[in-house]
Write a protein that binds this ligand. Structure first.
Ligand SMILES: *Cc1c(COP(=O)(O)O)cnc(C)c1O
Length: 468
């Protein structure tokens, strides 16, 4: 270690000096001394390391205390924060998938601020079941005989496989053995559930006879899995659901389907085509269907299971269910969301409303936003434009069916800030904005931007440009 380095290290303040500094006084009122010490120690260690690496060549007291201040401030502020989604991806898994409908939010507040009938039957004045709040609704909407909800769709699949196929075999097409969202893999879930995976067919083609030939006296079910974002194009085929139903039932087996992004409205009503709804699966005769609550359904994170009374009863008695049950906030949000479907008011569900936005509506909104940016932020020398864009449903649904939308493009006339730099600045504003970029221009997609978020978006844009 050189003389200079040693000198800079010696300049670093002692813990005592740091804790006594008036700049930390405000924090001392909120955090106890030991906790404060831990964070200051980390900052000291961090500076020491940087000095040794010669990334820092002198001790700057102002900078040091500013860094401690912002480290403390960030520990005291929420980490899970709201953001403004300007990506045009409606069911954006990293941004929390579906936003809840107003009714669902009200129900969450109402049922969580105080006590609730979560497991209480008012009629009898005794213990009730948490599942009753949503079962009738799910059955009414989907036409199922019985229904159950668990923590998410991954747990729905796990529960079904464990309760219905443990110690036996489940037959799946190789074309459907895909990884979803970086961690959900049917072979792994199958292993946890204690069921044996029997793979049939090839990645691109699986025929009915492949399933038929794989059936033994150990087979419990045929399993169909939605391939999510994965698409095979060209020469390929999978067996139609109806044929699988017929084969399964003729051999005394169950057909289970993991639908993933289960829709509770016909896709044509959303202006989309090509994917089966939960109702379609049941009508085709599938014995048990699983789906997510926070994808196309537009509700909270939940795993829905619908099917025959006998199957659902079996699941309900299975001990694993206790480990997968939903919280009251989730159930309240789910019940309120389902009731919107029951009343035919599903357009009040943000996810569905966003999918249904027309090109004309989005164009009008984009134009209004562009005008506002041009007039309010003119001093920054921006070049704005209206750009037709391909938005996406997201959540693994309709990967090949883009939603035609509009975005406002923004770039600096003098080229002093790249689109990437502007994206980064927008991520660090008081209300972070996640936006797209194309041809070195920032893209604000209108589909996922709520009308009442416009003021906040403008404030964040201003903050990002001023920081420049
Ligand atoms: C999204 C998805 C899952 C996982 O659902 P979660 O609700 O995220 O647990 C499972 N299977 C398919 C086909 C999916 O699309």
């Amino acid at each position: 270690m050189g003389y200079e380095t040693r000198k800079v290290l010696r300049d670093l303040p002692s813990m005592e000096k740091i804790l006594g500094d008036p700049r930390l006084q405000d924090f001392e009122k909120i955090l106890d001394r030991e906790r404060l010490k831990i964070i200051c120690r980390q900052m000291l260690d961090c500076w020491r390391a940087k000095i040794l690496e010669q990334e820092i060549s002198r001790y700057d007291e102002g900078q040091f205390f500013a860094e401690i201040g912002s480290a403390l401030q960030s520990r005291l502020s929420p980490s899970l924060r709201r953001v403004i989604n300007c990506t045009g991806v409606v069911v954006h898994t990293n941004l929390g998938r579906s936003s809840l409908a107003e009714e669902a939010l009200r129900a969450v507040q109402e049922c969580s601020r105080g006590y609730s009938t979560l497991e209480y039957n008012l009629e009898r004045g005794s213990r009730g079941q948490r599942n009753t709040h949503i079962e009738w609704l799910l059955c009414q909407i989907t036409g199922a005989e019985a229904a159950l909800v668990v923590n998410n769709n991954a747990s729905a699949v796990l529960l079904c496989l464990a309760a219905l196929a443990a110690g036996r075999e489940a037959v799946v097409s190789r074309g459907e053995l895909v990884e979803i969202g970086g961690s959900f893999r049917i072979p792994d879930i199958m292993k946890f559930a204690g069921a044996e995976l029997i793979e049939v067919g090839c990645t691109n083609r699986t025929h009915l006879r492949d399933y038929a030939e794989a059936i033994t006296d150990q087979t419990a079910m045929l399993l169909k899995v939605h391939p999510s974002n994965f698409r095979i194009t060209g020469f390929h085929c999978q067996v139609p659901r109806e044929d699988l139903v017929e084969l399964a039932h003729s051999r005394g087996l169950l057909l289970m389907e993991d639908l993933g992004s289960g829709s509770l409205v016909d896709c044509q009503q959303l202006g989309l085509q090509g994917e089966a709804s939960v109702m379609d699966c049941l009508a085709a005769g599938v014995d048990v269907v699983t789906f997510s609550g926070d994808k196309l359904l537009g509700g909270p994170q939940i795993g829905g299971i619908v099917g025959s009374r006998a199957i659902v009863d079996k699941l309900r008695r299975y001990p694993l269910l206790r480990a997968l049950r939903c919280d009251k906030m989730t159930l309240a949000a789910m019940e309120a969301t389902l009731r919107l479907y029951l009343k035919g008011q599903w357009k009040q569900i943000p996810t569905l409303a966003r999918i249904c936005l027309s090109g004309q509506e989005l164009h009008d909104r984009a134009k209004a936003l562009q005008d506002r940016i041009d007039s309010d932020l003119s001093r920054f020398g921006l070049i704005t434009g209206l750009v037709p864009v391909e938005d996406a449903v997201g959540g693994g649904a309709y990967p090949e069916e883009p939603l035609m939308g509009w975005a406002v493009s923004i770039r600096l006339a003098d080229g002093s800030l790249s689109a990437g730099a502007l994206q980064e600045r927008l991520r660090k504003t008081r209300i972070p904005v996640i936006a797209g970029a194309q041809d070195n221009a920032l893209l604000i997609h209108l589909r996922t931007l709520d009308y009442n978020e416009t003021d906040e978006l403008m404030a964040s844009l201003l903050e990002a440009l001023e920081a420049h």
